[in-house]
Design a protein around this ligand. Structure first.
Ligand SMILES: C[S@@+](CC[C@H](N)C(=O)[O-])C[C@H]1O[C@@H](n2cnc3c(N)ncnc32)[C@H](O)[C@@H]1O
Length: 284
């Protein structure tokens, strides 16, 4: 699968998901089976508590397709600039905008027009002014170097065909001392090749997921330190049966093999702070 092919398929499927969400027909896509009811999707369901859902328009909740709740886990402070990679219908951008307040700013970046239209509608309904949605690819972030305090993302980096590039870009736009605070599907152990090469399961946030050691190595290679992956959900054999269904695979056999292999992880890392200047000559 070429990176461009992956991107085209992902864009098309998430465009359809955005249209379904707008039509009130359930927006499930992460989790594999596009026909699932959102109530039952093992990956995208039950991520936000009632208080958080009350802070954003209903449509933002309905369009939510993440695998966790990065704004609940990330430390966000008043006045900070936050960037959400693959912001979809915008739920995490709107929640972040409330946390950083009017002196801060929350950007959402997405490549899918239908998702951006949904996010703009949700922004309008929220009345928030410190929010901006950008069209673009997470492999080429349209923001300057050293301009963001916190990068969040919810179940998107697994979808990229060029994860090294995404992580390098995240490092570039973060300010020194800036934080990477990302939720993603992560693999612990081996994934059978039938799953790895299934495009529907890639779109479903399963087939493209990085191994935990691989994730840590890629972040370290880009220059991050303080790297940690916290497990927030472990997908059971029943969950695996659900997300493998409808793909023409031997569901029972594969679900047994991947029981407990897929997790939702919260990945933290920090861009090292700039060295302090200690005198007129020591930093030159
Ligand atoms: C699984 S959904 C998650 C959306 C949102 N983060 C949420 O929690 O609801 C993936 C989103 O990422 C976007 N996306 C996927 N790959 C992308 C890429 N390479 N560049 C920009 N956006 C991308 C899709 O258009 C889609 O809106």
């Amino acid at each position: 699968m070429s990176t461009e092919h992956v991107k085209d398929v992902v864009r098309e499927k998430y465009g359809q998901a955005a249209l379904r969400a707008r039509a009130g027909a359930g927006s499930s896509c992460c989790g594999g089976a596009a026909a699932l009811e959102p109530c039952c999707d093992p990956i995208t369901s039950n991520l936000y508590d009632a208080a958080q859902e009350g802070e954003v328009p209903d449509l933002a909740v309905k369009a939510s397709l993440g695998c966790d709740n990065p704004t609940a886990l990330a430390e966000l402070r008043a006045g900070e600039t936050v960037l959400d990679l693959g912001s979809g219908g915008g739920i995490d951008v709107l929640l972040s905008a409330r946390r950083v307040g009017p002196t801060g700013r929350a950007y959402g970046l997405d490549m899918t027009d239908e998702m951006l239209a949904l996010a703009e509608e949700n922004k309008r309904k929220s009345g928030l002014e410190n929010v901006e949605f950008l069209k673009g690819e997470i492999e080429h972030i349209p923001l300057p170097d050293n301009s963001v305090d916190v990068i969040i993302s919810n179940c998107v980096i697994n979808l990229s065909g060029d994860k090294d590039r995404v992580i390098k870009e995240a490092f570039r736009v973060l300010k020194p001392g800036g934080r990477f605070a990302v939720s993603d599907v992560v693999v612990r152990g081996q994934v059978p090749p039938e799953i790895r090469r299934n495009m529907e399961l890639w779109v479903g946030c399963v087939a493209g997921a990085l191994g935990d050691y691989e994730y840590v190595a890629k972040l370290a290679k880009a220059g991050f330190d303080g790297i940690d992956i916290e497990t927030t959900r472990v997908y059971s054999i029943e969950d695996a049966r659900t997300f493998l269904a409808g793909e023409g695979l031997d569901v029972d056999a594969l679900a047994r093999q991947v029981e407990g292999t897929f997790i939702s992880g919260f990945i933290r890392a920090t861009k090292p702070a700039a060295a302090a200047c200690c005198g007129p000559s020591c930093c030159s």
